[in-house]
Design a protein around this ligand. Structure first.
Ligand SMILES: NC(=O)c1ccc[n+]([C@@H]2O[C@H](COP(=O)([O-])OP(=O)(O)OC[C@H]3O[C@@H](n4cnc5c(N)ncnc54)[C@H](OP(=O)(O)O)[C@@H]3O)[C@@H](O)[C@H]2O)c1
Length: 348
């Protein structure tokens, strides 16, 4: 663990952590934006930027709606907008919708509501919510929490909402984009499960190297799955996907991300953040940079605002070989939760 943390800190010092991130300026006028995990941390600050830049609707997709309502008030106050509108359901402005990525029922309910209410489609889907767990927590569906929230629930939303993203793209004028928030931690994942014939099954049953490492594994899988999704969308749409899919790394930021980890991890991360960490606001600029970068970022890893190479494993032949099998296994899981959902990838 100590050597992992040292490697983590060293990597940040020598890489993009010190890169300045300019204030986002790209207008978001009339765009519909969904930000998951928007009640706190980077998600809250990203949602604030989207609202400041004129987005027509900013949906704060939150597991805890009371905190979401507080975040909404905070955003409106900071922008000088009266807080007299109801918390949910108004057309235009900032809205709070419940979404628990650990519950497939909640995810499907959220997506059905989006189909009913977001008739012009979704221009930006920022999949920001994630957890780092210190222990194994089993979910009702039999999956472990980190994989459920950071990967399965995340891509269930993405694939389920592809129809709305394509609709926004068809409307013209703007590009529809899915940005999945990644992490430098992906490069530290040991990922022994990659040699198993069924990787998600192994992640469900095999103990692995530890649950903090599981976070890095989940972020590594996010990169591989997002890259494969980008390729499949291209293949299904004459080599030109109507929806841009990318991964954004915000670098090390001050937030409550490590709250479920053992005290020594929290202390180490707090110390690293004290020296090097960006504020959540500055980190959120990296998310806006990816979400507004356009087609050049399709299938790419956007590290602190710039397209860059992810870890050596992701770039390796082995990473390339693991990627489609991992994607297909995840799509099977999504089909078992929502039959027919993967047709959204190829539907025009
Ligand atoms: N902070 C960093 O140094 C850092 C570095 C690289 C990447 N990132 C990534 O940046 C993103 C934001 O993290 P953060 O640092 O802002 O952490 P954070 O303050 O802990 O925010 C995480 C958000 O995810 C939400 N969330 C957790 N479980 C959820 C679930 N089951 N359903 C719906 N929402 C859920 C949380 O909601 P609750 O408040 O209800 O728990 C919270 O809103 C994450 O993807 C993280 O991996 C962060």
């Amino acid at each position: 663990m100590a050597s992992d943390l040292f490697h983590f800190a060293k990597h940040f010092i020598t890489s993009s952590q010190l890169r300045p991130l300019p204030l986002p300026q790209t207008p978001q006028t009339n765009r519909t934006v969904i930000v998951t995990g928007a009640n706190t941390g980077l998600g809250l600050e990203a949602a604030r930027h989207f609202a400041r830049l004129g987005a027509g609707r900013v949906i704060l997709a939150c597991r805890r709606t009371a905190q979401g309502a507080q975040a909404r008030r905070d955003i409106l106050q900071s922008l000088g907008v009266p807080d007299s509108l109801p918390v949910t359901g108004e057309v235009g402005g900032v809205e709070v919708w419940p979404l628990d990525l650990a519950s497939f029922e909640s995810v499907l309910g959220f997506c059905e509501r989006a189909e009913r209410e977001l008739l012009d489609g979704v221009d930006v889907l920022l999949m920001n919510a994630a957890v780092v767990m210190g222990d194994r927590v089993e979910m009702a569906e039999g999956w472990e929490m980190t994989v459920t929230v950071n990967v399965i629930g995340t891509f269930l939303v993405v694939v389920r909402l592809l129809g709305l993203l394509k609709r926004a793209a068809k409307r013209g004028g703007t590009e529809a984009v899915v940005t999945v928030v990644g992490s430098e931690a992906h490069s530290l994942a040991k990922f022994p499960e990659r040699s198993q014939p069924r990787i998600f099954e192994a992640l469900r049953t095999v103990a692995g190297p530890g649950y903090v490492d599981r976070y890095g594994t989940s972020k590594l899988i996010d990169i591989l799955v997002a890259r494969e999704l980008a390729e499949r969308l291209n293949a299904a749409h004459g080599d030109r996907s109507p929806v841009t899919v990318n991964i954004a790394n915000p670098g090390l930021c001050k937030s409550s991300l490590f709250r479920n980890t053992p005290f020594y991890v929290r202390w180490a991360m707090a110390a690293a953040c004290f020296v090097l960490g960006r504020t959540s606001e500055v980190g959120s600029r990296a998310l806006l940079a990816a979400a507004t970068m356009g087609r050049t970022s399709h299938g790419r890893y956007v590290d602190s605002g710039r397209v860059d190479c992810p870890s050596a494993f992701v770039m390796s032949w082995e990473g390339r070989m693991v990627q489609p099998a991992l994607f297909d296994e995840l799509m099977e899981i999504l089909e078992s939760i929502a039959p027919g959902v993967t047709g959204n990838i190829t539907d025009k």
